[in-house]
Ligand binder design. Structure first.
Ligand code: HAM
Length: 451
């Protein structure tokens, strides 16, 4: 559907340019959010199209909800995430004294929607959405205060086959952007349940588990010696097995004590099946994920470009989240895939498309007196199904042709006195540099065959 080329995109407004000019209102957007000028909108549409197309290819159905949620949705047991709720939400009290939050993520919302219709839904449910989310974060590359996120989730399947399907879908999306697994990105997987099995096997206290997990999450940012020392201080005699586990680069080299656990067998099945489907995943026991609701498989997709050190996609299995709405819990697994990190990824690896929505043809009158004739001619092309724009500016025709090329328009028709008199036109192919000529009908025939 789309071709992949590298091209220069408009860079977003630097955040520090949010200033006023002599008391006038600033034209900059609110801190940490973006305006989408047409160039950026074209990129966003491309990314969303690939997301939607791939999710639907796997049989996922679209859903949506409001950006506003009652704040207690993020405070209920099971959904809480201390960092996001205490430090990162936009929360306010409405005129009716209700506490309202701009959604920081979609998972509690989709769990609420599935739980609300549990009697009417046919499980398994496969749903996707592309919500905009708000987090009051410290801004840096790959982190803004508003981002869009593709969410794909499966509800009602508690075996590992759903985990495999979700990872295959994640990989397929990257493939459809023209990216290669292992060259441009890597899928890192782990299991919360297996980590708990490890702690059980060495009889670690609840407090030590919490601290060890927090430290494990920071492992890749620490010196190995420092990490070992701190882990030993937390775990005492159990540190040897905990360190063997967290240093494992392969599922076969984890401590023997957990190899009989079914969380181990399941993760092994997942990794082996992914390998068999030609979609390798990397066992990475340091993948922890910030949300407390994950219960089992957890994963992140990392960008292998050195400029991009943020995960592009994260997700996992959360089997108890719907419990907060009452009734039997409905198992869920899914991921969120952010637009900011995706755009950085596509640009860094030169995978961004130029096939953005632009007209096929530009009609370029040689001077403003031909503008009306140009509008009439353009309308004939549009009536024949050819997307056509008209450049009615008073620029020189050479400049108009150059502008059409910059806007990724495929063909240009220069309309001067001779063309109007003879009713015979020449269309220049701006990509190939070739020309077509003939009457209006000849050109419509040729362009519709070509198009
Ligand atoms: P998350 O890891 O918080 O997971 O976000 C998923 C992805 O969204 C990240 O890998 C990143 O690409 C993008 N992202 C997150 N925060 C920001 C930000 N401030 N600016 C730009 N991009 C960002 C979740 O949100 C889970 N609810 C995903 C999930 C769905 N789990 C199961 N189903």
């Amino acid at each position: 559907m789309y071709e992949h080329y590298a091209f220069a995109l408009y860079s977003p407004v630097p955040y520090n340019l949010i200033m006023t000019n002599k008391g006038k209102l600033s034209t900059a957007p609110y801190k940490g959010v973006r305006d989408f000028y047409p160039e950026d909108m074209a990129v966003q549409r491309y990314m969303f199209d690939v997301w939607r197309m791939t999710a639907e290819h796997f049989g996922f159905e679209a859903y949506d909800a409001s950006i506003l949620e009652p704040s207690n949705l993020y405070r209920a047991k099971g959904a809480e995430n201390a960092e996001i709720i205490n430090e990162q939400t936009y929360t306010f009290t409405d005129r009716g004294n209700r506490e309202v939050t701009l959604r920081p993520e979609m998972t509690p919302t989709v769990a609420r929607m599935v739980a609300g219709k549990r009697r009417d839904l046919t499980f398994p449910v496969r749903w996707y959405s592309i919500p905009n989310l708000f987090r009051y974060e410290r801004m840096q590359r790959g982190r803004l205060r508003e981002h869009w996120q593709l969410n794909c989730d499966i509800f009602g399947v508690d075996d590992v086959s759903a985990d495999i399907e979700i990872l295959l879908l994640a990989n397929e999306i990257f493939k459809n952007f023209g990216a290669e697994n292992g060259e441009h990105y890597a899928i890192h997987v782990s299991s919360r349940r297996l980590l708990e099995a490890l702690y059980d096997s060495v009889d670690l206290s609840e407090d030590a588990r919490r601290e060890a997990t927090r430290l494990a999450d920071r492992k890749n940012k620490m010196e190995p010696g420092d990490f070992k020392e701190k882990m030993t201080a937390i775990c005492g005699d159990a540190a040897k097995d905990v360190l063997t586990y967290l240093n494992a680069d392969n599922i076969n080299v984890v401590p023997e004590g957990i190899k009989k656990h079914d969380a181990y067998t399941e993760l092994q099945t997942l990794i082996a099946t992914m390998e068999e489907t030609g979609t390798p995943v990397v066992f990475d026991p340091t993948i922890i994920r910030g949300f407390d609701y994950y219960t089992d498989t957890v994963f992140e997709v990392v960008d292998l470009h050195p400029d991009n050190n943020r995960a592009m996609m994260g997700g996992g299995r959360y089997d108890n989240l719907t419990e907060m709405f009452g009734g039997e819990p409905i198992p869920g697994i899914g991921f969120g895939f952010g637009d900011v990190t995706l755009r950085d990824f596509l640009e860094s690896h030169e995978l961004m498309t130029t096939d953005i929505t632009s007209p096929t043809l530009a009609v370029l009158p040689t001077d403003t007196e031909k503008n009306i004739a140009a509008q009439k001619l353009a309308q004939h092309f549009r009536n024949a199904g050819i997307a056509t724009s008209v450049d009615v500016s008073n620029k020189k025709v050479g400049k108009k042709i150059a502008n059409a090329g910059e806007q990724f328009i495929d063909y240009a028709l220069v309309l001067g006195e001779d063309e109007i008199d003879s009713e015979s036109y020449t269309v220049k192919d701006l990509i190939e540099g070739t020309e077509l000529s003939g009457t209006l009908q000849d050109l419509i025939d040729q362009l519709t065959n070509n198009g």
